[in-house]
Write a protein that binds this ligand. Structure first.
Ligand code: PEP
Ligand code: MG
Length: 894
């Protein structure tokens, strides 16, 4: 039989799954002998049973009875007693903290009789009636679902009647009358009396906390924080202690060190003669914690000792909620405290210096997400801003600039020295020039792996995508949003970390941590303006240096040209894991590919290919020079044809209009016929990758020759080029075999002519389920594998990577089919199982087969841990995410 109730003396901090964060830590403090009011925790399992069955499990009632009786016996007071009544609070507490999202009910156990007992016991009639009125108000609102304004209005009316400005000015008699009014509100609204039986109050409050797990706001919060909906909450039933019993009582919160700098000291607030909710509501100004030393030296010292004890025990920054009841300290909650990204790094290294944790532990105390926050330039938090909209945060950073609507404007304005934001409905490879010069990109369509998102992330350019409220009208040259009409030249600001778009200029501040990453420690320290920032730069340096030493996986970058490659190298990339050669044919060069694809076989195509060779060779020479001495995986061309051919509809319209006027350009006619011939319903599943290479003989051959000749050129120049040839979209070993045969021939021929041996590794992407499932066979022809988890996700789920995020992911996140886009974080159960199958299959044929990943997931923290566990040799990610991957790969290894 399940055990649904744990006394505080039974649990421990490691039982957060079962007892929730608050319950587990209350138990831990109890075990440490710290002063925690007696109580117990109802498990998350009970909540899950309640959600499943629609009622609380019958055993729970019995267990609650036993646990309540034990408290009663321990402290010698009873629930509902006429003399010294026991009162309890009922508090939610899920595994992950969800501040303010769920319910709490205080003062359970008060009724018409016990309120008199409380008055007698406390010697304070006013206090007793105030507590009772608070109970009815809180219970009415959260348990009975009565509109809270009704109680608030009655309270205001009473204050007005008495000419009182604050609650404190109301007398015991006023409050007694108010209790009568509140009970009447309950009667009117619910058609029942306010429950007088303490046990009924307790049971109803417990159910209300369970119910609060599924309120709209709680669900919304979980979606944003990626907390699964099926965990449920625990419920803590805690003996009430009162901070509002006069001047020798009070309540407060404190941190064992400063949560924004990490410095050790006394940080916190205290409010005398008050309850916790008064501190939160900010009714009176709190005192700094240090002032407690004068007010109540004994409790202050007890608290200091408890803080030290907790920090030593948890070996981390803790935050604590406490209450002093008539000179006696009680701890109501503690947890490892939330902190800013900067403080996380500083605290971790401070704790190492204090010999409380090891460096291995220090790197596990910080995350790649925190590091990435430190790398981006940020908007000045204090600046005034007018928000226009909020959409998907696709590529982080803070960008400010003039609106431009196309490449021409982008180039013209940046040429004139302006900063620009490229605003498009969506982007395609044609927009690349504009994207390169823009400070930021805003699109009204598309998801996290849309072209705009992927390319912007790759370039480290800020991007907000899928902003549906933004209406981009290129014809009228207008952008309409939030009731405003903006035009090119108007300034907007994008926050790629939050997805917010602001009107006008918002000041941006630079990140010294970024300067440290790209230019070294001295540069980072020089850019730091104060000691705290210098300490931060040192902390990041120590953490990253240790992560580099600890990690097993290498970190490479996805980079398509020498500039990106250099940038990646500066940030610590140990090679290129993916050079997408189709990206070398965007913009002006697109025509070359169009010519090759549309040319009739034979001389025409030969001629088209001929023109490409010198361009490609030069691309590779530059790339290999930038990555001298490091592995450089060059992928043979994988152009989704629809991105490289003219748009069928546009072309058809153009030809039709010309026909009407009898003025058709015969070239357009031929082009239209060819585009019609090549048109595909599902281009991402069509003539791509190796399929195109096999269909158009000469195309791959040209690239392989260019790689070979570039290698020769670099070697002759005294360099150490290390290219690897990668074949995309392989589904069958035979495809790879055919390309391999051709490649070996070309390498031999070029090598021979130069008097060099060119045995470059030839491998393939594993990005189709069939490739993963037949990896054993494919490995026989491959020198390495690189998992393409973008296409593998697309083909495993059958989700079109360009369409689904905007189409229905919001619904899927809402109804819990997904907790996050599988294009962002690897779906371990499904796509991950194929990765594991690919690794196992490949290594069963070749135990030392070198394997990496180059899909977007290569830079995603959670996915990186998966790849480490799967046994990959490296991850490859956008240059910007290289430091994050270095840290996460290190964390995965300790
Ligand atoms: C992939 O599919 O994961 C991949 C890296 O290739 P691309 O994104 O270029 O299709
Ligand atoms: Mg792919």
């Amino acid at each position: 039989m399940a055990k649904y109730v744990y006394r505080f003396s039974e649990g421990s901090k490691d039982q957060k799954d079962l007892l929730g964060g608050k319950g587990a830590n209350l138990a831990e403090m109890t075990k440490l002998g710290l002063p925690v009011p007696p109580g117990f925790t109802i498990t998350t399992e009970a909540c899950r049973a309640y959600m499943r069955d629609g009622h609380v499990p019958p055993e729970l009632r019995v267990e609650v009875t036993m646990a309540v009786r034990e408290i009663e016996d321990t402290i010698g007071r009873r629930l509902g007693d006429f003399h010294e009544p026991l009162l309890v609070s009922v508090r939610s507490g899920a595994k992950f903290s969800m501040p303010g999202m769920m319910e709490t009910v205080l003062n359970i156990g008060l009724n018409d009789a016990s309120v008199k007992g409380l008055a007698e016991f406390s010697g304070d009639e006013r206090f007793a009636w105030d507590s009772y009125r608070r109970l009815i108000q809180m219970f009415g609102k959260t348990v009975l679902d009565i509109d809270g304004d009704l109680f608030a209005a009655a309270l205001d009316a009473k204050k007005a009647e008495r000419g009182a400005r604050t609650d404190v000015e109301l007398s015991a008699d006023d409050l007694k009358e108010l209790v009568g009014t509140f009970k009447q509100i309950v009667r009117d609204q619910c058609g029942r009396e306010f429950p007088q039986h303490p046990r009924e109050q307790l049971d109803m409050a417990i159910e209300a906390v369970f119910d609060s797990w599924n309120t709209e706001r709680a669900r919304l919060y979980r979606r944003r924080e990626r907390i699964p909906h099926d965990l449920g909450t625990a419920v803590n039933v805690v003996t009430m202690v009162f901070g509002n019993l006069g001047e020798t009582s009070g309540t407060g919160v404190c941190f064992t060190r400063d949560p924004s700098t990490g410095h050790s000291g006394l940080y916190g607030d205290y409010l005398s003669n008050a309850q916790g909710e008064d501190v939160v509501a900010g009714i009176r100004n709190t005192l700094p914690l240090a002032d407690l030393e004068q007010l109540d030296p004994t409790s202050f010292n007890d608290l200091r000792q408890a803080m030290r004890r907790l920090e030593t025990h948890y070996r981390d920054l803790c935050d604590i909620e406490f209450t002093i009841e008539r000179g006696k300290l009680w701890l109501l909650q503690t947890r490892v405290g939330k902190r800013t990204a900067g403080a996380a790094f500083r605290v971790a290294t401070q704790l190492v210096d204090e010999n409380l944790i090891t460096m291995d532990e220090a790197i596990s105390r910080v995350t790649g997400a925190q590091l990435s926050q430190l790398l981006f330039p940020q908007f000045d938090a204090d600046a005034r801003k007018e928000r226009l909209t909020k959409a998907m945060a696709a590529s982080p950073g803070a960008a400010v600039g003039e609106i431009v609507l196309d490449n021409a404007q982008a180039l013209a304005r940046t040429g004139a020295g302006a900063q620009v934001i490229l605003v498009r409905r969506e982007t395609n490879p044609d927009d690349l020039q504009g994207m390169i010069v823009a400070a930021g990109v805003l699109t009204s369509r598309g998801g996290k792996t849309s072209h705009a998102a992927v390319v912007a992330r790759g370039m480290g350019t800020t991007a907000v995508v899928g902003a549906e409220e933004v209406d981009v009208d290129v014809v009228a040259k207008e952008v309409r949003v939030a009731g405003r009409v903006l035009r090119p030249g108007d300034v907007i600001a994008l926050d790629g970390t939050t997805g917010e778009v602001f009107l006008g200029d918002v000041p941006v501040v630079d990140s010294p941590v970024m300067l440290y990453i790209s230019d070294g420690l001295e540069a980072g320290l020089a850019a730091a303006e104060d000691d705290a920032t210098r300490e931060l730069v040192h902390a990041v340096d120590r953490v990253l240096t240790h992560a580099d030493a600890a990690r097993r996986m290498r970190v490479r970058a996805n980079a398509d040209n020498a500039d990106d490659a250099r940038r990646a190298r500066e940030r610590g990339a140990e090679g290129i894991g993916l050079c997408r050669t189709e990206h070398q044919f965007l913009g002006e060069r697109r025509q070359f590919i169009e010519d090759v694809v549309l040319a009739e076989a034979g001389e025409q195509r030969e001629a088209a290919l001929e023109k490409l060779l010198p361009l490609q060779r030069q691309d590779f020479v530059e790339l290999l020079e930038a990555m001298d001495g490091l592995p450089t995986t060059i992928r043979l061309i994988d152009p989704p044809l629809h991105e490289f051919l003219p748009d069928l509809t546009e072309l058809a319209v153009k030809v039709a209009l010309a026909r009407d006027k009898d003025a058709v350009d015969p070239r357009d006619e031929t082009l239209l016929a060819a585009v019609q011939r090549m048109h595909e319903q599902n281009p991402m599943l069509g003539l791509r990758g190796v399929r195109l290479g096999l269909k158009l003989p000469g195309l791959f051959a040209l690239q392989i020759r260019a790689i070979a000749e570039a290698t020769v050129a670099r070697r002759q120049a005294g360099g150490d080029p290390r290219p690897e040839i990668m074949v995309p979209l392989v589904g069958s070993v035979r495809e790879l075999h055919l390309v391999r045969m051709e490649a070996e021939e070309i390498l031999a021929e070029v090598g021979e002519a130069a008097g060099l041996r060119l045995d470059l590794p030839i491998g393939c992407m594993i990005e189709l389920p069939r490739a993963a499932l037949t990896a054993r066979r494919i490995a026989e022809e491959a020198d390495f594998f690189s998992f393409g988890t973008n296409d593998l996700t697309q083909t495993t789920w059958g989700f079109s990577r360009d369409d689904v995020e905007g189409a229905f992911f919001a619904d899927y996140l809402e109804n819990g089919v997904l907790t996050i886009s599988p294009f962002e974080t690897l779906d371990g159960d499904g796509v991950g199982a194929l990765v594991v199958a690919g690794v196992t299959g490949g290594r069963s044929a070749k135990p030392d087969l070198h394997m990496g990943v180059c899909g977007e997931h290569g830079g995603d923290p959670e996915s990186i841990h998966f790849f480490h566990d799967a046994g990959l040799n490296y991850v490859s990610c956008s240059p910007f995410r290289v430091p994050i991957a270095r840290l996460e790969a290190g964390r995965a290894a300790v």
